[in-house]
Design a protein around this ligand. Structure first.
Ligand code: NDP
Length: 251
């Protein structure tokens, strides 16, 4: 596991948007960001899940979050622009974005891959983070220390049979992160990196590996040190890196 002990006030007064905040790794990250002082913007497609996390954060006496119900499969350019305008009016800046929402699609040979599913996976996993990043960059540039984190995967670094659009989308995610990080190399107030969570006990993992006992893998809460490190000021000099949440690194 990546080793990092986050100070309790690591993200004090920061405004951080998390996509796919209603479940799995995104839910845990949003909770941890909030409990380290951030005001979190919870973006997801299932309102009840976002509301349940909202209540949990509010009941814990943490900074009041914001909810953005948005289906990244069907969102159009104007939805992203509207979101950016809303956030600008409410907060005037953004200090972090965790691009976490994603879908698995099918596990099948390329030869049989359903083209509609292929497009859907690419839309949610790649096009949505691109659109969000593009429309939110003006808000991120208002921050003195902004962190953008993309979510990769082991199959986004080395292709693996039957992982189809999911693997290709994660290669594209690594590419998007690298291109953007290089473009922002001389913009010291915004850094861009990626996290490979590694096998983690979530609904997606259970769907991908139905026969695997869930307790084989760490919970989302257990992989949070890297999510905190890359979002907070201690990673200020890190840009363009793809890091493993369950790797051996320490900070
Ligand atoms: P989950 O399936 O548990 O959660 C995915 C989240 O994304 C959910 O909150 C889901 O919302 C949201 N989401 C999916 N589609 C959309 C959409 N169209 N619009 C808005 N939100 C959407 O997955 P994990 O937590 O396991 O995965 C999180 C990230 O980590 C993904 O990018 C995944 O690829 C990556 N990853 C996960 C690994 C693992 O072992 N778990 C390993 C490697 C990478 P809802 O709950 O409403 O469906």
């Amino acid at each position: 596991m990546f080793h990092y002990e986050a100070p309790a006030d690591l993200l004090k007064d920061r405004i951080i948007l998390v996509t796919g905040a209603g479940d799995g790794i995104g839910r845990s990250a949003a909770w941890h960001y909030a409990s380290h002082g951030a005001t979190v913007v919870l973006l997801g497609r299932t309102l009840e899940k976002l509301e349940s996390l909202y209540d949990e954060i509010e009941n814990a006496g943490l900074a009041k979050p914001a909810i953005v119900p948005l289906n990244l499969d069907t969102a159009a350019e104007h939805d992203y622009i509207e979101l950016s305008n809303q956030l600008y009016e409410e907060f005037g800046r953004l200090d972090g974005v965790l691009h976490n929402a994603g879908i698995l699609g099918m596990r099948t040979p390329i030869e049989n891959y359903d083209p509609i599913t292929w497009e859907q996976v690419m839309r949610i996993n790649v096009h949505a983070p691109f659109m969000l990043t593009q429309t939110l960059l003006p808000l991120l540039s208002q921050s003195s220390d902004a962190s953008v984190i993309f979510t990769s995967s082991g199959v986004g670094r080395k292709g693996r049979a039957y992982w189809g659009a999911y693997a290709v989308s994660k290669f594209a995610t690594e590419g998007l992160m690298q291109v953007l990080a290089d473009e922002l190399e001389n913009t010291p107030n915004i850094r861009v990196n990626a996290i490979n969570p590694g096998a983690t006990r979530t609904r997606m993992r259970a769907y991908a590996y139905p026969a695997e006992p869930p307790e084989t893998n760490p919970t989302p809460d257990e992989i949070m040190p890297l999510y905190l490190y890359l979002m907070g000021p201690d990673s200020r000099d890190i840009n363009g890196q793809s890091m493993d949440a369950q790797g051996e690194g320490s900070a």
